[in-house]
Ligand binder design. Sequence first.
Ligand code: FAD
Length: 653
Amino acid sequence: MTAADSRSLKTDQDQDETTRAAEPAAVSEREARQTAEAAREAEWRKPSFGKQLFLGRLRLDLIDPWPTPSAESVAEAERFVARVAEYAEAHIDNAQIERDALIPDDVLRGLADLGAFGMKIDKKYGGLGLSTHGYCQALTMLASANSSVSALLSAHQSIGVPQPLKLFGTEEQKSRFLPRLAAGEISAFLLTEPDVGSDPARLATTAEPVDGGYRLNGLKLWATNGTVADLLVVMAQVPRSEGHRGGITAFVVEADSSGITVERRNAFLGLRGLENSLTRFHDVFVPAENVIGREGQGLKIALTTLNTGRLSLPAVCVAAGKYCLRVAREWSGARVQWGRPVGQHEAIATKIAFIAATTYGLEAMLTLSCLLADDESNDIRIEAALVKLYASEMAWRMADETLQIRGGRGYETAESLAARGERATPVEQVLRDLRINRVFEGSTEIMHLFVAREAVDAHLAVAGDIIDPDATVGRKARAGVKAGGFYARWLPALAVGKGQLPRGYAEFGRLATHLRYVERASRRLARDTFYGMARWQGRMERKQAFLGRVVDIGAELFAMSAACTRARAEGTAEGWELADLFCHQARVRVDALFTALWDNSDARDAAAARKVLDGRYASLEAGILAHDDDRPWVAPWSTGPSEATDVRRRLRR
Ligand SMILES: Cc1cc2nc3c(=O)[nH]c(=O)nc-3n(C[C@H](O)[C@H](O)[C@H](O)COP(=O)(O)OP(=O)(O)OC[C@H]3O[C@@H](n4cnc5c(N)ncnc54)[C@H](O)[C@@H]3O)c2cc1C
């Protein structure tokens, strides 16, 4: 059966049987963790700079010398980025997209004609076959034109159909779908549901096996591109049955299949041009040949896809950093208050220096991760997660500081500024557009847990049973012996290192001092992580504030390493200066994080939060309007046919 045969399998008579209130699945914390753990890629087949860093080993040899892409791939990317820039300059009108909350069809067509929908798709299937680095450079350029445009292209290629097919698709699936996508058909990724955000174990959309395929029922929330997409990746639960191992499974679904209704286009704080949907599936037939990978592999596919897919958000953040730097430079030099350009007042100068240094560090981190992904010699899952986490947090801070530097004008919309005859600088839009990066494709809190899980993996591998509450006494004892041997070798290795040698990393000139710091800090980080494990054992996973700081320190150390190796590779005076500045600033942050590892109010905060949740401090909320609203926090929903009008936007092609 082909996609063209897609049809609604239910008749009106049996509708009552299938219309049921979707109760949120009762999933315990342990089950939720088991689901995430099962989806985790447990093997490490290639070296990982990030993993070694958390183990106290600064493996600079894995990132220095700076990876060199082939001249051909560099030239290809440069040519494409230049064409994208020219097109964006002439045709992408940020003010119009912001005003109309819409990316015009002809812009999407123009981008398709350029090949922008196939940047990551192999040439064999009609795509451009750009390297990860080239793809991210193009996204950075497009994000500087309009963030909704880059979000559309990034969701289409980084999490939509092309990437999972590239990694897990069959040859038949690739030849069937990729040429369409490369030519400009749009894809979306549908995992989130009203009751499923960070915790996929609660997934309620079902895919019931039927003759020749599956029948999908459910409701998917917040799918970027969902209102305009032609092809969807849908995550759904296949029930276990005879001949079906079941579990969360990924499907490619034709968006115009019978039974699919786009019930809403959602609107947000920023990204006003985003085409984001609430999509209902009612008895939607999907042919068996549209399963990506195998039944039960859905979450693993989603996570693996994100290993490199996560690099597209940082590309957008780098664009924001560059833009903020430009605004900060031009405005702070021109605006005079209290007898000087505001950039010469120290309070503003420190912000300018922060934006310049951070943009350099962030770009170094992103470029390095892209080049490592391209040369395929390293496993970059930790690096990509660190860049996503760090970039989304730092870009937000840079935009916030830029708004502050602009004073009242930072808070004013570009349209309002222009109406008064001033330069239309949309800093408030940058801030609004950036904010979501800390939430989607893995929220900051979830990225902390994701990286922490990998960072303590070495400990769990040897000492896992000691801290596993389910392990028997015998298993714990055996693990104790094994762990004793491991730590007897590992701990002493953390006492000394190249970072203590006065001439260590001398080849880095004035930056050597920073790499010595990174080396020492990496060992200290591993020791502190070990102390945490020893102290809290099975409760370690609940020490999220501690683990968050461990990961944040790792991110800073990775950023410093990337900045230094970039500066050495570039060999320019500006590069040395910016890397030096970035490292000085990062060291201040790292020192504060190390201090806070052991000197903090975490336990008090956790206890206080429990009291807040219990209502103990409710009196503090008095004195403002109650804003009573009886509606539920999460809208209940039922499976069954849609009662809404389909708001899918069909593009003129
Ligand atoms: C504009 C936009 C576009 C999106 N695009 C897509 C898309 O294309 N496809 C798609 O499938 N989804 C998409 N999403 C959904 C997005 O991925 C989710 O919003 C995100 O995963 C967080 O889930 P949630 O909002 O339900 O938050 P929740 O999971 O309800 O979390 C609420 C808060 O609790 C924190 N939290 C949750 N669990 C833990 C924990 N164990 N420990 C500590 N903190 C925790 C979270 O970090 C968050 O701060 C989009 C969302 C938006 C707003």
